[in-house]
Design a protein around this ligand. Structure first.
Ligand code: SF4
Ligand code: SF4
Length: 147
């Protein structure tokens, strides 16, 4: 009888402990997001694929197609081209293709750029079986993206 009462008491204490933990978690802030309906806010130092930085006034890319990033890339995953338009002092970028399947996110391209035209995106949503998803046209991306 004594043993049974002891077991009952111990079970009750165990139940209360479990309920206390459950209730505490219930009122705590969520640490998960309802993916894909909610987006994660990525940390400042997160490195997604590279993207162009927009000029604050014109809204265009700062890139002058100097090809320094293309040369600096250890994985040969950047191809850049540009033209010098009449009346302009510098070249404008016309093509900037990134093969993200080869990119190691080393940051050499961002560091070497003389006009700070590149930055890392916060894009983490790139898992796909389609290879073309990883061939990124930065010029088109900028034209199609928010102005
Ligand atoms: S982060 Fe590194 S590997 Fe990726 S494109 Fe830039 S230089 Fe190349
Ligand atoms: S992104 Fe920078 S380093 Fe690369 S071509 Fe443009 S200006 Fe040159």
């Amino acid at each position: 009888m004594k043993k049974a009462l002891g077991e009952l008491l111990s079970g009750f204490v165990s139940l209360l402990t479990g309920m206390r933990i459950t209730l505490r978690q219930f009122f705590m802030k969520d640490v998960t997001v309802r993916y894909p309906h909610e987006a994660l806010k990525m940390p400042k130092r997160y490195r997604g694929h590279i993207v162009f930085v927009r000029d604050a006034e014109s809204g265009k890319s700062l890139c002058i197609a100097c090809k320094s990033c293309e040369k600096a890339c250890p994985s040969d995953c950047i191809v850049v081209d540009g033209i010098k338009r009449e009346g302009e002092k510098r070249k404008s970028v016309t093509d900037f293709n990134l093969d993200f399947t080869r990119c190691s996110l080393c940051g050499s391209c961002v560091e070497v750029c003389p006009v700070d035209a590149l930055e890392f995106s916060k894009n983490y949503n790139l898992a796909s079986t389609r290879k073309d998803v990883y061939q990124i046209d930065l010029v088109k991306r900028m034209e199609d993206g928010p102005k």
